[in-house]
Write a protein that binds this ligand. Sequence first.
Ligand code: OFO
Length: 173
Amino acid sequence: MISKNIEKALQQQIAVEGYSSAVYLSMASWMDAEGFEGSAAFFYKQSDEERMHMLKILHFINDNDGHAIVPAIEAPPKSFKDFHSCFKSVLDQEQKVTASIHELVNTALKERDHAAHNFLQWYVSEQMEEEKQVKSILNKLKIIGKDGSGLYLLDRELGEMAANAAGGEDATA
Ligand code: OFO
C-alpha cells in the first residue's frame, strides 16, 4: 500500500516519462526525415525505453493498491536546429528527469515509504547511465564539429548501439 502523497508524486512521474518518450519519438522522426538512419534507430529505441519506464511506474502504483491514471502528454518539439542541438536537448531533458526522480526519492524518504524508495533506486541508476551516455555522445560531437564524415560515422555508431541493445533484449526475452 502506498500513501496518497507518493501516489500523487509517482503519477506526475508517469507524465514526465511519457513526455520523454514523446520527445525521443519526435527526435527519431526528425532524424529519419533528415537522413540520419542510425540516429533515428537510436531515438526510436530510446522512446520505447521511456515508455517502458512510464509503464513500470503505472504497474507499481496499481500493484500497491493505487490507481494509475494515464495523463495527457504535452506535444514535443516538431523539429530541431541541427544534429548537435538535438543531442544538447537530450541532455537537458535527462537532467530534468534526474531532478524529478531525486525529488521523488526525497518524498519517499519523507513518507518513510521503503517499498517506493527501493523501487526508485532503479530509476536513480538508469538516470546516471543515460546522462553518461548522452555526455559521451556530446563529447564526440565536440571533436567532430561540422565534419560530415565524422557525423556519418557517429550516425552509424548510434545505429549499431540501437541494434545491439535490441539484440540484448531479445536474448533475455
Ligand atoms: Fe526515463 O529514463 Fe531518462 O528520461
